[in-house]
Ligand binder design. Structure first.
Ligand code: WTA
Length: 629
């Protein structure tokens, strides 16, 4: 039994511990701490390699760490091919439900077949190892197939979340120099159709590298098909070229698997690069231990494949573990607030992994919506994306989990690729804390000078040891990789979050300390919102900040200086909101826009968002000695 911990603590039941793969976290952690490389190589041994590694970790060129150097593999081989030789051949890899009630299932055999077929289609388009392929779709099985097919032939996928819009898509296609775009005609969202192909057409007018557009039919409305450029997925999949077998590209462990754009401190979103070998080991291991995947489980990560949570824990992680992954297309409360609970009952879901914003949103409708369903299949719950407030934690624990499902509050980032601070089922929980770093990983909270702060003192969250699924670089911009993450404190990775560590060594995340805003768990940058605003003819200057919001965590507030000749009006506010939605995406639409005559700036012209935030919250802005006016 673990020692007595301080504060509100939920100890695991005997039943939970008996069922859990890891019964003694301390023991696993002790081993990993003493022999981190052995810990990771033991895990790697559970996967298939065409050739084993010469070295587990090559740190000769820090911070460009390399993992499992010299090894040959392909993550897709471990996701699909290995299972075909076992009983999992007939096991469901994917269960999917559409918002309109459509549903499909795919065995490992079927997912392998569809992946091979589509990989052959991509090859026939001239896609080769190292080429970039952009994928822009809703939550449908084809997004999984497209990702796996791209990786199977050694190409690099760049998935753009279907909630992004014209400029975000164009920018990402342009930056990645993708030759192929895989898109759906549309996506169902709250009973309406998001016109994905139409948005893509507009984006393609702004960028110039795409030669082929492959279109998946989901919603079936009239769309524009440009002859010579656009082709239907279902027609291509019926051609003889779409053969059931497709030779897999053997990759070096350090060869790129995907890039994923995410918002950073300044400027344009950056492309985070992950590789086949280390990423594979990291997410295989973390999902296995944290969500404690058992053979008979039905696991549901309710994120979107277009974000890192979906990449790691809807697509790759579950497949590496031979699990059954559930994918749902629509919104949690459509058509009624019981939609999720209904599906958990219908499919007998055992593990639910979602974001605090969804929990808070569903909590608002009251527990009666939950209680009308039998959720007894649930064994574990998870949370990700932003700090979970204890009130939402308790509701999730009591109402959804019926006080028997431990909640895995997992802290991590696009850059970390895998869970970094997280419990396991056997670990005592404190609502609002992700507990401690995953075994083999050392993290800390430090002050301005990089020295560890005392218990319960706020500081910068840093990572002190390399880990296999770590970001390798910013695609095409290695300097940015070094400057952003490794230059503030040499030898330590800067997360961009502030945090505290309590007397039990439990970490408590406070939030971002940079210009990233987490809105409903989505990661956005002030820069993207501001540049969308100034691309409108009426706007001279703009500043965006995040302010606390009951359901979304943060809401976007924007301050706008108009150009001469434009009048302040409510109609213009609506137009500007619409403009941001059209350029960046509906998730970036400001909650509130205010016209101002000036913005607080430093003498060097940098907007002081901190001052705007303090003013909006009626707080003391702190040190304003650098303020210009
Ligand atoms: C925040 C999402 C508190 C954090 C996987 C981080 C969290 C950013 C948690 C990364 C959590 C993620 N508790 N905060 N459990 N998980 N965050 O790249 O600020 O979209 O830096 O990755 O989300 O967001 P990203």
């Amino acid at each position: 039994m673990a020692k007595e911990l301080s504060g509100e603590v939920y100890y695991p039941s005997e039943e939970v511990i008996n069922y859990a793969r890891i019964k003694d976290w301390e023991e696993l952690n002790e081993f990993a701490k003493k022999n981190p490389l052995k810990f990771w190589s033991n895990e790697a041994e559970e996967l298939h390699w065409f050739k084993k590694w010469d070295k587990v970790l090559d740190d000769s060129n820090k911070p460009f760490y390399k993992w499992f150097t010299g090894a040959r593999t392909n993550i897709v081989y471990n996701c699909l091919d290995v299972h075909l030789k076992t009983h999992r051949r007939n096991k469901l890899a994917l269960i999917w439900e559409g918002e309109n009630g459509d549903w499909r299932t795919m065995s490992y055999h079927a997912l392998h077949r569809e992946t091979c077929k589509f990989a052959n289609v991509l090859r026939s388009m001239g896609v080769q190892k190292g080429d970039r392929v952009t994928i822009y779709m809703g939550r449908i099985p084809e997004i999984v197939i497209a990702m796996l097919a791209t990786a199977r032939i050694g190409a690099i996928h760049s998935v753009v979340y279907g909630g992004f819009s014209v400029e975000s898509l164009a920018e990402r296609i342009e930056d990645s120099q993708s030759k192929v775009l895989i898109v759906a005609d549309g996506a169902y969202q709250r009973g309406k159709i998001v016109q994905l192909k139409k948005i893509a057409d507009e984006a393609l007018e702004r960028c110039g590298t795409v030669e082929h557009v492959l279109v998946v039919k989901r919603t079936g409305q009239e769309i524009n098909m440009e002859s010579g450029r656009d082709m239907w997925y279902h027609e291509l999949m019926n051609l003889p070229i779409a053969n059931n077998t497709c030779t897999l590209e053997e990759m070096d462990s350090e060869d790129p698997l995907f890039i994923l754009y995410t918002s950073g401190t300044t400027g344009k979103p950056k492309a985070i690069l992950h590789t086949h070998g280390g990423y594979m080991v990291g997410i295989y291991t973390s999902l296995k231990y944290v969500f404690d995947i058992h053979e008979e489980d039905r696991y549901w990560c309710a994120a979107d494949p277009g974000w890192i949570t979906g990449h790691s824990y809807i697509v790759y992680g579950p497949l590496l573990n031979g699990a059954t992954s559930f994918l749902y297309e629509g919104a949690p409360n459509f058509p009624y607030p019981n939609r999720w609970w209904q599906m958990i009952e219908k499919y007998g879901i055992n593990i639910l992994y979602t974001a605090p914003t969804a929990i808070r949103g569903l909590m608002r409708f009251g527990e009666a919506w939950v209680k009308r369903h039998n959720l007894s299949s649930l064994r574990l719950l998870g949370s990700v994306g932003e700090p979970i407030n204890p009130e939402a934690w308790r509701w999730y624990y009591k109402v959804v989990g019926n006080e028997k499902c431990p909640i895995m509050d997992t802290w991590w980032q696009t850059e970390t690729g895998m869970f970094m601070i997280t419990p396991m089922p056997c670990v005592p929980l404190k609502p609002g804390s992700g507990t401690r770093p995953f075994p083999g990983i050392e993290m800390d909270v430090v002050d301005e000078q990089g020295n560890p702060v005392g218990p319960n003192e706020e500081g910068y969250l840093v990572i002190k040891t390399p880990w296999p699924a770590m970001i390798r670089t910013v695609y095409n911009d290695p300097d940015r990789y070094v400057n952003q993450y490794w230059s503030r404190y040499p030898g330590m990775y800067l997360t961009g979050d502030s945090a505290k560590k309590d007397e039990d060594g439990y970490f408590w995340i406070i939030g971002r300390v940079d210009d990233v805003i987490k809105v409903s768990g989505y990661r956005l940058g002030t820069a993207e919102i501001e540049s969308a605003l100034v691309s409108h003819p009426a706007v001279a200057e703009a500043a965006a900040i995040g302010l606390p919001h009951e359901v979304k965590g943060n809401a976007i507030y924007a301050y706008v200086i108009l150009r001469n000749g434009y009048e302040k009006s409510n109609a213009l506010i609506d137009e500007l909101k619409q403009h941001v939605s059209h350029e960046v995406g509906p998730i970036a639409k400001p909650e509130h826009i205010e016209f101002v005559d000036s913005l607080p700036k430093t003498r060097s012209g940098k907007i002081m968002r901190r001052v705007l935030k303090a003013k909006a919250l009626g707080q003391d802005p702190g040190n304003i000695s650098t303020l210009d006016e």
